[in-house]
Design a protein around this ligand. Structure first.
Ligand code: FMN
Length: 348
């Protein structure tokens, strides 16, 4: 798939995920075969004002490329200014793609007419994309939902408007805003949108396994498949998808040892990029996901939630691995969970 002039080596990409798709996690996903990654959504306004927290969110390592920075906002002038800020960054800090959040369902965002609220105003979408495309040679893309609610599923109109205004690709989370994360994603609507436009369509929603990813490609004809929740604590999901697509091979899920080693690396990288205290706090959820389904994981999760420093968390993870190894369980692989993906404190 090609997004503007950016070559994406396979169809399978990591979704923008607030509070989850941090730089270390994006690196792990790229190492395991994700063909592109996105930052979590950042405020266009914050970017224009040079807000330090916003600038930290858009920092990345070279090995994460191709990377998209996702912006949220609703004012075409501010969105264009933010696009200019990103485009004028020194080459090594400049992203490859600028994505617009048109799917976030949370009240704080939609009451500011941003996120999924944009789906209710197609002319505004056109003005935003045109304003952004006019000031940058970077490809501008959008991540949308099917519409605001069941009565206004305008995904095909929105997709056409995006293409007409100059967008280089569109990612579709196949639910309406009203559906949040409930029920089953309506993949048939991804197929409808794909038939209507010529730019790449990236399908998204409820892909939990390698088999699902293949099924989404085959049943919708989409160009790309974006994974969110299935990658939580499991960046290896991309490797399993590629093995299935390229060699018809069904790879086993990662072992206890691989999971804990990834947790240790993730923590170490996060300490370097975000500092001790942020890392210790942010890693709690990641660790809970890495160890899910391992023997005694409930006890270890509880201990991790009470750690006071990244050092202490690191020691806990290493001690847990030694404990498992002493019982010959370092190659233990938990059964993949059959539970629904769940909404978390989801934002997209
Ligand atoms: C914790 C969490 C954070 C999210 N943050 C974002 C975000 O910043 N931007 C965005 O466009 N979507 C966001 N989303 C939505 C996901 O990108 C994706 O569209 C959604 O989870 C459906 O895909 P999945 O079934 O593969 O998880 C978020 C979802 C979750 C669960």
């Amino acid at each position: 798939m090609k997004i503007g002039n950016v070559q994406i080596e396979s169809p399978f990409v990591l979704a923008p995920l607030a509070g989850v798709s941090d730089s270390p996690f994006r690196q792990l996903a790229r190492e395991q075969g994700a063909a592109a990654v996105y930052t979590e959504m950042v405020s266009a306004d914050g970017l224009v004002r040079g807000n330090q927290a916003t600038m930290d969110y858009i920092a990345f390592e070279p090995q994460e490329r191709p990377i998209g920075v996702q912006l949220f906002g609703s004012d075409p002038a501010v969105m264009a200014d933010a696009t200019r800020v990103l485009s004028e960054l020194p080459a090594e800090r400049r992203p490859d793609i600028i994505d617009i959040n048109m799917g976030c369902p949370v009240r704080k965002v939609v009451t500011r007419a941003a996120g999924a609220a944009l789906l209710q105003d197609v002319p505004l979408i056109e003005r935003i994309v045109a304003a952004m495309s006019a000031v940058s040679s970077l490809p501008v893309t959008a991540k949308i939902r099917l519409g605001w609610d069941g009565q206004s599923r305008n995904v095909v109109d929105v997709a056409r408007a995006l293409e007409g205004a100059g967008a280089a690709a569109v990612a579709i989370h196949a639910r309406t805003r009203a559906e949040k994360f409930e029920g089953t994603a309506h993949w048939d609507m991804i197929a409808e949108a794909k038939k209507a436009i010529g730019i790449p369509v990236i399908g998204n929603g409820d892909v939990r396994s390698a088999a699902d990813a293949v099924r989404m490609l085959e049943t919708t004809g989409c160009d790309g498949v974006m994974l969110g929740r299935a990658a939580f604590g499991d960046p290896w999901v991309f490797k399993r998808i590629l093995a299935l697509v390229e060699r018809g091979e069904d790879l086993p899920p990662p072992t206890a040892e691989e999971r804990l080693q990834a947790g240790v690396r993730h923590l170490g990288m996060l300490v370097r990029t975000a500092g001790e205290s942020v890392a210790a706090k942010e890693m709690r959820k990641h660790v809970a996901w890495y160890i899910k389904g391992l023997p005694h994981s409930a006890r270890v999760r509880e201990q991790v939630n009470h750690t006071r420093s990244a050092d202490e968390m690191m020691r806990l993870l290493q001690a847990y691995l030694s404990e498992l190894a002493s019982h010959g369980l370092e190659h233990f692989t938990p059964e993949p969970s059959a539970a629904p993906l769940g909404g978390m404190r989801a934002s997209g």
